[in-house]
Design a protein around this ligand. Structure first.
Ligand SMILES: C[S@@+](CC[C@H](N)C(=O)[O-])C[C@H]1O[C@@H](n2cnc3c(N)ncnc32)[C@H](O)[C@@H]1O
Length: 255
């Protein structure tokens, strides 16, 4: 990893560690995640044909688990990974507060995943498998679906991440990644000026995502506008705020 990458990751971690305690209280966070969850249900066939309960899911940049806790009741297991320890702590505190935490089918780990065989990732998947009575013969653990919401715009090298995600999937496994679209210079307004450090790109681009995902060997690559989110943004150069609609892309592919 380059020094530049390390420092932008540190900036991100500091930002999200500081925001973790209040993250779930932001109504726009919950609204965006609900729309991402609806989109995943629309685009991933297992949610429509009643087979989603067989899915083992990996979530990149799970944060406090807003999306994870929506998905978990519909799937077999969900492992979330995130680089900000306070976000992961908030996720795991929510898991511990469930009526029966021992029966929980989700867990989060604080790690930047560079390999499908990462020990932290494997350890979390193994613990969930053990909880559901599996013997651990199916090593190393792989996933049926990888999801991610609002994380790709923080990732310096998308090709490296997509290659790792491909390796994390079982053959035939699916990708469903959502983030806001870079639709032009106005997309910069998604983040207030105070939060732009550590943002690698002001949204994701359809063609670029198609090329990167296709380039690492995925099949059936599709990147489509899935929903939009209206939010308050700063008025550049003047005091006050205004409302803006931000389109979101969903990146779909099959291993
Ligand atoms: C904008 S937040 C979104 C959190 C969550 N997905 C949600 O929608 O509530 C982005 C998250 O990605 C995490 N993140 C940033 N870079 C990451 C990386 N390389 N690997 C895993 N997580 C990362 C951050 O710590 C943060 O929790």
């Amino acid at each position: 990893m380059s020094d530049l990458t390390e420092s932008s990751q540190q900036v991100n971690n500091q930002r999200f560690n500081a925001e973790a305690a209040q993250w779930d209280a932001n109504k726009k966070h919950a609204e965006g995640v609900t729309k991402a969850f609806d989109a995943i249900q629309r685009y991933i066939p297992a949610f429509a044909d009643g087979t989603s309960k067989a899915l083992d899911v990996l979530e990149i940049g799970c944060g406090t688990g807003l999306l994870s806790f929506l998905l978990a009741p519909h799937v077999r297991s969900l492992v979330g990974v995130d680089t900000a320890d306070a976000m992961v702590d908030a996720f795991n505190a929510k898991t511990a507060a469930l009526p029966d935490p021992c029966a929980a089918n989700l867990a989060a780990v604080n790690v930047q995943v560079h390999s499908a065989d990462d020990v932290h990732l494997q350890g979390a998947a193994a613990a969930l498998a053990l909880d559901r009575g599996e013997s651990g013969e199916d090593l190393p653990y792989r996933f049926d679906l990888v999801v991610s919401h609002l994380t790709l715009h923080h990732i310096p090298e998308l090709g490296d991440l997509l290659r790792t995600l491909r390796d994390c999937l079982r053959p035939g496994g699916l990708l469903a990644l959502t983030d806001y679209e870079d639709f032009g210079e106005d997309a910069v307004a998604f983040h207030p000026a105070s939060k732009r450090a550590g943002v690698e790109r002001h949204g994701i681009r359809k063609r670029e995502m198609e090329d990167v995902i296709d380039g690492v060997g995925f099949n059936e690559v599709r990147v489509e506008r899935a929903f939009s989110l209206r939010k308050e943004v700063e008025t550049e150069g003047r005091e006050g705020t205004r409302e803006m609609d931000f389109p979101f892309l969903i990146c779909l592919a099959k291993k």
